[in-house]
Design a protein around this ligand. Structure first.
Ligand code: PMP
Length: 306
């Protein structure tokens, strides 16, 4: 999907023209993937205002990711949250995808060379449904990838590091090449982990199940949102390891994430999920989008005004 260029990018404390936001080819992060990032969305809500969805939780995760790889951010959490609001507002965006990135810049090439500071940039631009509007309605056809997700003692899956997305890229490319909409990775134990860029939920006998942190997943903020919304509607949500065959046995299945929002899964490995009648997925989807169209009250302070 092509990037829609905007006026400004926030870079190390200031808004600079989009075209000037450049790095040198010897930037450490380009060579060693020494970078961590976030993907967030701003929505225009019913009263016409623009809000960033769970700004704090995303930026807190960005700081956690940076801490694990020793990337010293020069700003506070509040400063980065404010910068996200500024970049949306100053570009005149009503709704946007927001991409903060923290990376090691130019100057040192040693893999473990200490860097006194990391660079931080934030871009925002309009971005529609990641797997397409049609997928939001009708669901995606997914497959189990031949690529496993990262084992817990290889690289931390709960850190949103750019390097983890090499695994996601292989999974997504394989899926597309085989004619599927999205690929799902198994973890080192052979149980279900997550999609290339999203967490998974299955519905069985009226209960929701989702793989736990130990299944090599990114602890998604949308996942947490869905767990909270489902529980508040009286559903039991169980975080447990899921076998591949439990997907085939599911009554319903859906993927969640900032990009895909809440997208139904129509089939896995060409086996249709349930009867493709999805009352609980539809209810959860409406509860999620209801946060923005005013039908779900934000009891949790998740909507951060721009
Ligand atoms: N897993 C992976 C691998 C992802 O890339 C994403 C998207 N960031 C998610 C899960 C969902 O995370 P979130 O809901 O925080 O966007």
């Amino acid at each position: 999907m092509p990037i829609k260029e905007q006026k400004f990018i926030w870079s190390n404390g200031e808004l600079i023209p989009w075209a000037d936001a450049k790095v040198h080819v010897m930037t450490h992060a380009l060579h060693y993937a020494t970078s961590v990032f976030e993907g967030m969305r701003a929505y225009q809500i019913k009263n016409g205002h623009t809000v960033i969805f769970r700004n704090f939780e995303h930026i807190r995760r960005l700081f956690y990711s940076a801490r694990v790889y020793r990337l010293p951010i020069r700003h506070s959490i509040e400063e980065i949250m404010q910068a996200c609001r500024d970049v949306v507002r100053e570009n005149g965006l009503k709704a946007a995808y927001i991409r903060p990135l923290v990376y090691l810049g130019y100057g040192e090439m040693g893999i473990s060379a200490p860097h006194e500071k990391a660079e931080t940039m934030i871009a925002a631009y309009p971005w529609g449904a990641y797997l397409g509007e049609e997928a939001l309605k009708s669901g995606v056809d997914a497959c189990i990838s031949s690529w496993r997700r990262l084992a817990p003692d290889t690289m931390p899956a709960g850190v949103k590091a750019s390097g983890n997305y090499l695994s996601s890229r292989l999974i997504a490319l394989e899926a597309r090449e085989r004619g599927f909409g999205e690929g799902i990775g198994l973890d080192a134990a052979g149980t279900v982990s997550e999609g290339a860029g999203e967490n998974l939920f299955v519905v069985m006998n009226g209960k929701l199940y989702t793989p736990p942190g130990a299944s090599s997943i990114l602890m998604g903020i949308t996942r947490d949102t869905i767990i909270t919304l489902a529980k508040s509607r009286g559903y039991e949500v169980v975080e447990q390891a899921l076998t591949r065959e439990s997907l085939y046995a599911a009554d319903e299945m859906f993927m969640v994430g900032t990009a895909v929002e809440v997208t139904p899964v129509r089939s896995v490995d060409r086996l249709p999920i349930g009867s493709n009648n999805r009352p609980i997925t539809t209810e959860i989807q409406s509860a999620f989008f209801g946060l923005f169209n005013g039908e779900t009250r934000d009891e949790w302070g998740w909507l951060d005004p721009v």
